[in-house]
Ligand binder design. Structure first.
Ligand code: SMG
Ligand code: MG
Length: 367
């Protein structure tokens, strides 16, 4: 397939509720979409970088720059190219996994649409629908409880709370008292240090499924120590940047569960490789989320249908995020599950009229 042009488009979308974490608050989103046009048709991708480098080093303006100056030119100059070639074609650019993943997804979508194959089938999906959880930002306690009530009533199969030092035991206790049986887990986004092990061990009585990324990204040994000092399983998110790092983290005993996000590991093909490493080690995985629109969501739901994804993901319905999604088939929760798209490529149709209406900038790069 020859890539003829790469479109980099920024769209503005309001979240239906603000999302506060230990690294900042998301509210009005500035999202980078990637559209490739090839000699075999077009495809779409979504870049999950946020406006600030708070979750990881990447941020939307930087990802846009890297795509424009380094990644898109390589793909446009590559001649006959498919998604499986991108590791080699983009290999000269170090890091920038979210930018790479967005471009890979657009190329995958174009290629699979042309071949008439769904992304789920391409990745190895085995389930027609996936169990969904919901990740709830930090709110004052009364409001947090209201938010959680709404999601539990709506059918979500587990709830994830964001924690940080000073906002941990109290909200967990309150939610657990109100919902004794709900699947419950917490995510610290690297806000603690090993010295906080006793504080995190105080969460053990609440029967949490896992504690996600308590310590800084590069602190694998710290996570291994944390895993020895708390009973609740330790799950890694930010730290797992590739299949190789997954193997290392598991070998060190730094985690017993892994959150897989394609944007964090450089693409959906590497995400499958992370999945395979985890399955080989008997480590359960689940699909993380980055507040994606229906474009990234379609891909996440396909990924979450692989056999090793045995825990509910942060793959919530479109209406948990946006009043109107950018695809014509918004994702709707049925009995706590989302259906895996079966159409070619991502299996969704981008709502171009709506996307045009919310576009804040667009540029087209050509060979
Ligand atoms: O997409 O529902 C979602 C968000 C899930 O909590 C979520 N993501 O560290 O796992 C994580 C966070 C990163 C983004 S927080 C704005
Ligand atoms: Mg996380």
């Amino acid at each position: 397939m020859k890539i003829e042009s790469v479109e980099l488009r920024r769209v503005a979308l309001e979240l239906v509720v603000p999302f506060r974490t230990s690294f900042g608050t998301q509210r009005a989103r500035d999202i980078l979409l990637v559209r490739v046009v090839s000699d075999r048709g077009e495809g779409w991708g979504e870049c999950v970088a946020f406006p600030d480098p708070g979750y990881s080093e990447e941020y939307v303006e930087g990802a846009h720059h890297v795509l424009r100056e380094f990644l898109a030119p390589r793909v446009l100059a590559a001649g006959d190219v498919g998604a499986a070639d991108l590791g080699r074609v983009l290999g000269g650019v170090v890091g920038n996994p979210m930018a790479k993943a967005a471009l890979e997804l657009a190329v995958l979508d174009a290629e699979l649409r042309a071949d008439g194959v769904s992304l789920g089938r391409r990745l190895g999906a085995e389930r027609p629908a996936v169990d969904c959880g919901v990740s709830v930002g930090m709110f004052p306690l009364a409001e947090l409880l209201d938010q959680v009530d709404g999601y539990v009533t709506g059918g979500y199969r587990r709830v994830k709370l964001k924690i940080e030092p000073g906002f941990d035991v109290e909200p967990v206790r309150a939610v657990r008292e109100r919902h004794p049986d709900v699947g419950l887990q917490v995510d610290a986004n690297a806000a603690y240090t090993v010295a906080d092990a006793d504080r995190l061990a105080a969460l053990d009585p609440f029967d949490l499924l896992l504690i996600e990324q308590p310590l800084p990204t590069d602190d694998l040994l710290g996570h291994a120590e944390m895993a020895r000092r708390v009973r609740t399983p330790i799950c890694l998110d930010e730290s797992i940047t590739s299949a190789r790092v997954a193997e290392l983290a598991i070998t060190l005993g730094a985690c017993s569960i892994v959150n897989i996000k394609a944007g964090r590991v450089g693409g959906y093909l590497e995400a499958v490789a992370v999945h395979d490493v985890c399955v080989a080690h008997g480590i359960p995985v689940w699909c993380g989320g980055m507040l994606e629109t229906g474009i990234g969501r379609a891909a996440n739901v396909a990924l979450a249908a692989l056999p090793g994804f045995t825990l509910p993901g942060d793959t919530s319905a479109s209406d948990r995020y946006y009043a109107r999604d950018v695809v014509r088939e918004p994702f709707v929760l049925h009995d706590g599950r989302l259906t895996v798209p079966t159409g070619p490529g991502l299996g969704i149709t981008v709502d171009l009229d709506f996307v045009d209406a919310i576009t804040t900038s667009v540029e087209t790069l050509r060979a």
